[in-house]
Write a protein that binds this ligand. Structure first.
Ligand SMILES: O=C(O)CCC(=O)C(=O)O
Ligand SMILES: [Fe+2]
Length: 287
């Protein structure tokens, strides 16, 4: 591996980080994730396809997200799968190659699949992600433009610096290069796949975890209420595990108890029902 090249403040290019056979293996994994995503078989919001009007203009790309969900450069608590084993192994390799330290090790990845003609507008990656962050390039060498002010439109960008990202290379963004400088991807001349690895900031991760926990608890409570209602309507309870099961059992037991009490009360009460002639009933005459 050649020594890393410092291209601007905080911008470092690591070339030949991943040999060709590993690049091919990773691309094969990306194809598997893509076909699962396209048929709706990836969990949560892992697979995203840009809206049709964006695709028509070439903006954006298909994405598969692991570890954190980003939409329009905003990170949210939406559920996506954790990093798969292939990417965890890749991160070990990048750490061993001193692309990042253990403390900087990313916990999320956005796999970007650019068809020819696809581009990304100038942006600074969300501040919810720690710096530095990293992009591994596969399938074709394409350019990225950096600058405080990036001019142009619809994928024809110009800025202070244009960097070629060879296949198997990693670009590390830190310092100025990670913001306030922006970056933008000009129209891809060939299909390109990139993997953007980032570490979600501790504060955002804790906040998203709390939101997910609260909404899981609310869903569990809704389910339990719904089961309890069914039980009170006399439906035969199924065996349900966990807290919902305990609540259901409680609701069913209460129902049985109430019904038993009602029938106990109903027997002595019946003599006091009125007879058909309107006279108050008695135990003897009511039988
Ligand atoms: O594909 C790349 O090289 C960069 C992608 C990017 O800028 C992003 O996902 O924020
Ligand atoms: Fe970016």
């Amino acid at each position: 591996m050649p020594p890393p090249r410092l291209l601007a403040d905080g911008l470092t290019l690591f070339e030949d980080v991943l040999p060709a056979p590993e690049q091919r293996a990773l691309l094969a994994a990306v194809e598997r994730w893509l076909s699962s995503g396209r048929r709706g078989a990836l969990a949560g919001k892992a697979y995203q396809r840009p809206p049709d009007e964006w695709l028509r203009s070439g903006q954006s790309r298909e994405t598969i997200q692991f570890g954190a969900y980003v939409k329009c450069n905003k990170v949210s608590h939406a559920a996506v799968p954790p990093l798969p084993a292939e990417l965890a192994r890749l991160l070990e390799r990048l750490e061993a190659a001193a692309v990042f330290t253990a403390a900087q090790r990313p916990d999320s990845c956005c796999v970007n699949v650019y068809e020819p003609g696809c581009w990304l507008p100038p942006h600074v990656d969300s501040a919810a992600f720690d710096r530095p962050f990293f992009t591994l390039s596969l399938a074709s060498a394409q350019r990225v433009v950096f600058g405080e002010h990036i001019g142009g439109e619809r994928g024809e960008w110009h800025g202070e610096l244009s960097v070629l990202m060879p296949e198997g290379s990693v670009l590390r963004l830190d310092g100025l290069a990670a913001g306030p400088w922006k970056h933008a991807l000009p129209r891809a001349t060939r299909r390109r796949v990139s993997l953007t690895f980032r570490k979600l900031g501790a504060e955002s991760r804790a906040r998203f975890e709390a939101i997910r926990q609260a909404s899981a608890e609310a869903a569990e409570a809704r389910r339990a209420r719904c089961l309890a209602k069914k039980a009170l309507r006399g439906r035969k309870p199924r065996v349900v595990a966990g807290e919902a099961g305990a609540r259901l059992l409680w609701a069913w037991t209460m129902r049985e108890h109430i019904l038993a009490r009602q029938s106990e009360v109903a027997v002595p009460a019946s003599p006091w029902e009125r007879r058909s002639d309107g006279a108050p009933g008695s135990c003897a005459s009511a039988e």
